[in-house]
Write a protein that binds this ligand. Structure first.
Ligand code: SF4
Length: 239
């Protein structure tokens, strides 16, 4: 099925709500099949290559669909994250494209301060993450993401298929997977993953804004530790 050229936002939201209800509880492979039949080459994936992303990439590889994966290189990633990126680029059948910010770290510092992640983390995320995302968002009709409902309060209400606050169609095949189920899958499949996960980092972003998580703490509590910030702005939920 091709996407109608001028489908109204209300019609799109209704279609996604109906698809979401039908796909709730279905296997990841079935959700991917629906998404690929609906959007074809217009389907992309955005990933920071966390462990859920690794599990979703593995599911996509098994389907044989040639879905492009996009990774945003903020310039502030851990070496372990970049090592994983390069290993995947050398071994994964999917094309993993790297997006870079339009401004350099020097330009960012001259605009925001020596430590932009402290001076104005929202502006830092905007320049280094959201701006590269916005440059490619329109190149795809729908985006896969491996976010899960059990990751945080901001993600607890996501649907399997939804239209986000930017009017972008998002598909979350792992929405109802748990932390344990995802790790069991990774171990069963002997998948490579970010080595920082073995050191207590569960949600991994930039060096300056990511801390390991202590026992009993929420998975994303290591992100923007001691700040009210919960999301970088890549995910713009409508509800
Ligand atoms: S996560 Fe931190 S360092 Fe990375 S772009 Fe956002 S504020 Fe800047």
């Amino acid at each position: 099925m091709t996407v109608p050229a001028r489908q109204s936002l209300d019609d799109l939201i209704l279609e996604c709500e109906q698809a979401s209800a039908e796909l709730e509880g279905k296997p990841v492979a079935e959700i991917l099949r629906w998404a690929y039949e609906r959007f074809g080459d217009g389907l992309g994936m955005m990933s920071a290559l966390g462990y859920s992303g690794i599990a979703l990439i593995d599911h996509i590889v098994q389907t044989g669909y040639g879905i492009e994966v996009f990774f945003i290189d903020t310039g502030f990633h851990f070496p372990e994250t970049l090592d994983l990126l390069h290993e995947l680029q050398n071994t994964c059948p999917l094309e993993i494209k790297v997006l870079k910010p339009s401004i350099s770290i020097d330009e960012l510092q001259s605009q925001v301060g020596e430590k932009p992640w402290e001076a104005n983390p929202d502006l830092c995320c905007h320049h280094m993450k959201v701006e590269p995302l916005l440059r490619v968002l329109h190149t795809k009709k729908a985006w896969l993401s491996a976010i899960r409902r059990d990751q945080s309060s901001t993600r607890a209400g996501v649907d399997i298929v939804e239209v986000d606050g930017r009017g972008t169609i998002k598909i979350y095949p792992f929405a109802n997977w748990s932390f344990e189920r995802t790790w069991n899958y990774i171990k069963e499949r002997s998948l490579i993953y970010n080595k920082l996960h073995d050191q207590g980092f569960f949600s991994i972003g930039c060096v300056h804004c990511t801390k390991p998580v202590k026992a009993g703490e929420h998975e994303r509590s290591g992100r923007w530790h001691s700040m009210p910030k919960l999301e970088c702005g890549l995910h713009s939920h409508r509800k």
